[in-house]
Write a protein of this length. Sequence first.
Length: 303
Amino acid sequence: MPSSSFWTREGNWYKGQFHTHTINSDGAASPAEIVTSYRKRGYDFLAIADHNRLTRVEKAPEGLLMISGEEITAGVAEMGGEFHFVAVNIKEAIDPKKYTSPQAIIDAVRAQGGGVIIAHPYWSALTLNDMLPLHDYFGVEVYNSSCHYSIGKGNSANQWDDLLARNIRVYGFANDDAHHHCNDHRPDDVANAYIMVKAAACTTEHIMAAVAAGEFYACSGPGDGPVIKDFFIENGYAVANTSKAKLVTIAADCGRGFGESYAAAKRGLITEATYKLRGREKYVRLEVADADGKTAWSNPVFL
Ligand SMILES: [Zn+2]
Ligand SMILES: [Zn+2]
């Protein structure tokens, strides 16, 4: 038995994401169109997060769990941008004008029983100075596919590591942020990102409990990305089992070259990686890229 297994929860894997827009804010698709689109692409749960309002869906397609969501604009960041918070599982819309700080908005979401994801830190040019004072949120979008396809700033792993290295224990999410703003050089923006959650059942209660416990991993698409089968600590090693991959990286927080990547170049695609812990790592996390460059990010395992 591994001494520290990544997945402790019994249950099934469910695919979903928490951040997409409709015509109720700046999206181009109706709520009915967007939910049908996600269900057709195999998503099990979805939150619509329109800007500063709650979009309620009267009738979701069979098999698609709708969880409430809102993308809340909050405060001015160091470099002049804004914080965007994806609030999930809230009961009432939150009007940012009523709050005097970004943290007050996070607290208001939590008071409703919901949770906050900091949206697209790279796209927003959020700095450590912006994010270090914040607390009691779920995590950050390590990947936002619309930010990737629009201006190449979808991957916020660097900002995430900056937080983790300071012992701020937050999770990494992947969201589409779909607006249906597609053109000849920008693909359909539905189903390019998702999280896989291991939960006892696909209900709001079970999905949110698993998310709060970090029992999920994030993926970029399009379609299905790599699978993280297991990631655990055993006898002084971090051990990863994955679907066939071109590059598997076990990332660690320390400088001096800690962590290790395994490339498939000479051995065909790979499905395993191990990393001997040096003893000074605060955490390790896993990144897996398949032959098409689609990537999966595990949550950190804290040591
Ligand atoms: Zn945003
Ligand atoms: Zn958005």
